[in-house]
Write a protein that binds this ligand. Structure first.
Ligand code: TYD
Length: 134
């Protein structure tokens, strides 16, 4: 699957932790956009889309949630609860985020500016799209 975990160095002591993120160093693309999701509601599922081209790294900076990734052939649920671990998601991967605990902060680094035409928001359309490529 076009998904991989990235371990980040976390520099810290009793004063706290600091995690640097640098394009082409520990983030495998040029970072054109950053957004974050906060004040989430625990019974809501977010995402529910795939991207034709976009690459992203998701980091659960605080709290926890479950990340489901699905390439049309297999799926996996990743527990997101480490401030120093990112999950790279490449193109053609359906993703869903759920079971957010209160206070969760999800930071997302993205390889492109926001572009609604890059989204596939219908799961059956996603399956047709990935199967048409094989
Ligand atoms: P949405 O894609 O529905 O979020 P999620 O996949 O997490 O459920 O985006 C929510 C809103 O934010 C929607 O109105 C579009 C807007 N948005 C931007 O304007 N720029 C962005 O970079 C992103 C990711 C979303």
């Amino acid at each position: 699957m076009n998904v991989k975990r990235i371990q980040f160095d976390s520099f810290g002591n009793e004063q706290g932790q600091l995690v640097p993120l640098e394009q082409f160093k520990n983030v495998p693309f040029e970072i054109k956009r950053v957004y974050y999701i906060v004040k989430t509601v625990d019974d809501v599922t977010r995402g529910k889309h795939a991207h034709r081209h976009l690459e992203q790294v998701l980091i659960c900076v605080n709290g926890s949630f479950k990340l489901k990734v699905d390439d049309g052939h297999s799926s996996e649920i990743i527990e997101m609860n480490k401030h120093n671990e990112g999950v790279y998601i490449g193109n053609d991967v359906w993703r869903e985020m759920s079971e957010f605990t209160p206070g969760t902060v999800l930071l997302v680094l993205a390889s492109e500016y926001y572009d609604t035409s890059d989204y596939i928001r219908d799961y059956n359309e996603f399956l047709d799209y990935v199967n048409s490529k094989n």
